[in-house]
Write a protein that binds this ligand. Structure first.
Ligand code: MTE
Length: 284
C-alpha cells in the first residue's frame, strides 16, 4: 500500500513528513481488530514528542531536523552480552510484522495505529539478561541541536522510560520501525521506538538510543516531572483517575462521542496476569 504521496493527503504538513519509504518484507497483521484505523494524517500531525515542542502540531513542524542516520542503540547493564546495535542491523534482526494496536494517551485521547516492527524480546534475548535484570530502562536521543524542545527544561532530558523485565519480554511489547507499511515518520519516533499498547502512550519512548537492564526500578522523566500524576506502571486503568481528569472515557481521534476506556486498553486477556496480587490503585 503506497500512502505517502499526494498533496491532498498531506494538507498543511511540511513535504518531508510524508516522504515515506516502504519497508520491505512486512508480514501482514494476523489480528483482526474491529477498530477502524486512524488516518495517517492524524497519526503524523497530532503528536506528543516534547523534544520538538509541547503542542500537538510541533513535532510535525519541527522534527525535520532529526537525523536518523547514522543511528545506534547501546544495550548494556545486567546482560551477558552487552552490545551496540547499528540501526541497519536492528531493522533485520527479526521478521517485521504489522501490528494494529490501540494507543491510549494519558490525556484521554486514543488512536488505532498499524505499526510495523517485532517484539522487543527478540532484541533482549540476544543480549542474554542476567538474573539481576529486573527492569529495563529506555533512553531517547539527547541533542538540543536536532531537538529544539530540549533547549527548555520541560522534562528532565534525555527522555527516559522503563518497564519491568516481564513487561519488556511480553510478546505484545513492540520495537517499531514503521507505520502504515512505511518507515517511521520522524515525529512518530524514527528511526526506532517502543510501543507498549496496554500502557499510557508516554511509556512508548521514541527515538531510542540506549536500553539498560537494571536491578532497581528506574525513575522515568514523567515520574520526575509529576510523581503524583505519573506512576511507574502506567497501565491504562479506567478505575484510577489522573489527579486532574477522569480516565474513564477517551476520545478516539476523528470521532465525536467519547467511548469508555477499557482496562489495560483492551489487552487484559493478554497482560492482566502480569499484575495478579498487585494493588493497581497504589501501583498506578
Ligand atoms: N518519547 C519521547 N522521546 N518524547 C516524548 O515526548 N511522548 C510520549 C510517547 N513517547 C514522548 C515519547 C507520549 S505522551 C505519547 S502519547 C506517545 O509518544 C505518542 O506517540 P505518537 O506521536 O506516535 O502517537
Amino acid at each position: 500500500m503506497k500512502l505517502a504521496t499526494g498533496a491532498a493527503l498531506s494538507g498543511f504538513l511540511p513535504d518531508w513528513v510524508l516522504a515515506g519509504e516502504q519497508l520491505a518484507n512486512v508480514k501482514k497483521s494476523t489480528e483482526a481488530l474491529s477498530d477502524k484505523l486512524t488516518p495517517l494524517k492524524d497519526i503524523t500531525a497530532y503528536n506528543n514528542f516534547y523534544e520538538f515542542g509541547t503542542s500537538k502540531e510541533d513535532p510535525a513542524q519541527n522534527a525535520g531536523s532529526l537525523k536518523t542516520r547514522p543511528w545506534t542503540i547501546t544495550v548494556e547493564g545486567e546482560v551477558n552480552k552487552p552490545r551496540v546495535f547499528d540501526i541497519e542491523e536492528l531493522l533485520k534482526l527479526a521478521p517485521m510484522e504489522e501490528r494494529v494496536y490501540r494507543l491510549r494517551c494519558v490525556e484521554a485521547w486514543s488512536m488505532v495505529i498499524p505499526w510495523v516492527g517485532y517484539s522487543l524480546a527478540e532484541l533482549l534475548k540476544r543480549v542474554e539478561p542476567t538474573g539481576k535484570a529486573k527492569f529495563v530502562e529506555f533512553v531517547s536521543l539527547e541533542d538540543p541541536k536536532q531537538m529544539p524542545g530540549q533547549k527548555s527544561a520541560t522534562l528532565d532530558w534525555p527522555y527516559r522510560e522503563g518497564l519491568r523485565i516481564d513487561e519488556a519480554m511480553h510478546p505484545l511489547t513492540l520495537l517499531a520501525a514503521g507505520l502504515y507499511g512505511e518507515v517511521l515518520p520522524k515525529q512518530n519516533g524514527a528511526p526506532i521506538r517502543l510501543v507498549v499498547p496496554w500502557k499510557y502512550g508516554y511509556k512508548s519512548a521514541k527515538s531510542i538510543v540506549k536500553i539498560r537492564l537494571v536491578e532497581k526500578q528506574p525513575v522515568t522523566s514523567w515520574m520526575k516531572a509529576g510523581p503524583n500524576e505519573y506512576g511507574f506502571y502506567s497501565n491504562v486503568n479506567p478505575a484510577v483517575d489522573h489527579p486532574r481528569w477522569t480516565q474513564a472515557k477517551e476520545r478516539r481521534i476523528g470521532e465525536f462521542l467519547k467511548r469508555p476506556t477499557l482496562p489495560f486498553n483492551g489487552y487484559a486477556d493478554q497482560v492482566a496476569q502480569l499484575y495478579s496480587g498487585m494493588d493497581l490503585t497504589k501501583n498506578f
